[in-house]
Design a protein around this ligand. Sequence first.
Ligand code: UT7
Length: 363
Amino acid sequence: MGEALSKEAEASTEASAAAEVAVASRITGTGFSVPDRVVTNAHFESYLDTSDTWIRERTGIVERRWVGPEESASSLAEPAARTAIERAGLQAADIDGIIVATVTPDYAFPSTACMLQQRLGIDDALAFDVNAVCSGFVYALSTADAYIRAGMCRNVLVVGVDLYSRIINPNDRGTCILFGDGAGAVVLSAVAPEEQFAHGDTLIRGSVQTTAGIYSNLLGADGKHSSILCVPCGTANQPTAESMATDAHYLTMEGREVFKLAVRKLGEISLEMLERFDLPSEAVRYFISHQANERILLSMAKHIKVDAARIPMNLDRYGNTSAATIPILLAELDQDGKIDSGDLLMLNAFGGGVTWGAILLRW
Ligand code: UT7
């Protein structure tokens, strides 16, 4: 009887300890999709004053993918989403939240998330878009994490998709060579407290965290730099025949300014995230960074003192796909078996707005 009581007491202590641990979230599936059409640097050499050598040396980009006229953000996102859901071992009906990061939505409204929901045949889920430009996926994933921790969702489909081929000025050699189209997706799922205990505790700065899952988010923005990277037409400045004739409706960028800010911010936020957990940079297996320019990433590597081998890149093949770069890279690494269970990953991004964000997670 005494033994039975003490077992009960033990069980109730375990239960109350578990109850103090919040629900956490972890990535359970990844997927990506890129258009079939490959656009090499030779395409730009054929009509602009540029060269394959300049583009490779100044950016690291060799080729990118562009959609055809019949494609849209939601059509490109659909196969990425289906793969992520399948790899999570779920059915579309299990998804109760859809968050799409994009600045090239199908329409002003309805949201691309709703268009994607329709394509996937999901009847009942919250769905909305996030606009944080190249930091969009990090913002969207942080939002999904917060919704899961708040108990609002259990399985959120988080997508980064952009079709910059639709907004670049084909005659501006400083921008048109940089961008590609693509979509990446993850499923972020709730991890209940008892599952966290089942995997064993990880003690970080006194708070118990799930062994696999998102540990921390860091987001920021500084709107005073809004004009250095923008698409200067919208409801505030509607396109006219005149603005169209002078290409004033296309994306514009002060490349050098964006470059300097990106290097500084990516370094700062990566170090701040490491400091939050008293972690040395070597503890992170991969920095999965927004793929804008090889030189930005190599400068960041120097700043945070990590071997460039831990900053994987695929921008040589896809260019800068804006909100899609991080989930595409993550999906490729996952599908190639290059991430092991237990690896610490840091996602980090910088983009128009200007916006930035970092997420630390354990795989
Ligand atoms: O996703 C987040 C947002 N985007 C980024 O993070 C991109 C950030 N910026 C960059 O990656 C770089 O600034 C660029 C790749 C856009 C430009 O490279 P850069 O080394 O910063 O070049 P620059 O803008 O300082 O220009 C140097 C020269 C200029 O000629 P002059 O004025 O020195 O005669 C440009 O006109 O290079 C010229 N240039 C080019 N030359 C050949 C610019 N684009 C090209 C080109 N081909 N495509």
